[in-house]
Write a protein that binds this ligand. Structure first.
Ligand code: ATP
Length: 250
């Protein structure tokens, strides 16, 4: 299991502070919904976690709780290995789909899935079996046709990117607005898929969304950002907590 903690994390673009988070931990084994208005800093936070943009200050740690060869004491007396971006090992625990730029347009979906699998040490003959879990979500249009990724609709590209992120069974998955572009039945398929994935892999899924209903439906925790700050961390799925969130966005 892997949790991600950030410490003194600051990112500015000119005068604009996009992210300012003194300390925060995204726990292991949870679906965490990151919400906030346009420009709140959600995508920038994801990009900082994924080392796609350089922080002005602060650190991101991937705390791996397993029988690591370099054990140290984490929270609650658990042994954890704290990995920063200085150690390339963090990449084996985290996968993400933020936007179309993650895809390779001149490949077919199958070629792309095989490429991702190979990069993660999965044998070519095992890819078809792994894809079975994603068949109801991907559908025949993606799995059945010899079509290049560049020829698919925005929604189908989104599905390809999400399935590719999940395919190597990472312990921590980051998805930026995964419900965007999806038709209502695909949105429901995605919710089921993410809940099953979390259960099967004991993984964390950190996702941003502007859809409060989908987010509260599947999340164990809702984190609210405003102007770069984390202003709420709601872990109880009570009606009161959801009402509090809805009131914020009124
Ligand atoms: N590359 C960049 N150059 C300049 N400003 C940027 C850049 N990336 C983000 N910003 C600014 O940082 C702030 C946070 O943007 P970010 O995209 O992280 O917000 P967000 O919460 O993901 O918003 P949305 O819900 O609209 O996707 C915004 O004011 C945005 O304009």
């Amino acid at each position: 299991m892997v949790e991600i903690s950030v410490s003194q994390l600051i990112k500015k673009f000119g005068d604009k502070t996009a992210v300012f988070i003194p300390e925060f931990c995204f726990p292991a084994g949870e679906i965490i919904g990151l919400v906030g208005n346009n420009g709140a800093g959600k995508t920038t936070l994801f990009r900082l976690i994924l080392n796609l943009v350089k922080a002005d200050s602060g650190k991101v740690f991937f705390n791996v709780m397993d029988n690591s060869s370099v054990p140290r004491h984490g929270k609650d007396g658990e042994t954890a290995q704290h990995i920063s971006h200085l150690d390339e090992a963090w990449k084996q625990y985290v996968a993400a789909y933020l936007e179309e730029g993650f895809l390779i347009d001149f490949l077919t979906p199958r070629e792309y899935f095989t490429f991702i699998a190979k990069a993660n040490g999965i044998e070519k003959q095992d890819v078809e079996g792994l894809l079975e879990d994603y068949r109801p979500f991907l559908g025949d249009e993606i799995l059945g046709r010899q079509k290049y990724i560049r020829e698919f609709s925005a929604g189908n590209k989104q599905k390809i990117g999400i399935a590719a992120a999940l395919l190597p069974s990472p312990q921590f998955v980051i998805l930026d607005e995964p419900f965007n572009f999806l038709d209502p039945s695909s949105q429901n398929h995605l919710k089921t898929l993410l809940l099953e994935y979390k259960k099967r892999c004991h993984a964390s899924i950190l996702l941003s969304s502007h859809n409060l209903h989908h987010t509260t439906d599947i999340s164990d925790r809702i984190v609210l950002m405003e102007d770069g700050f984390v202003i709420k961390n709601i872990s109880e799925r009570t009606d009161g907590a959801i009402k509090e969130l809805e009131d914020y966005f009124l």
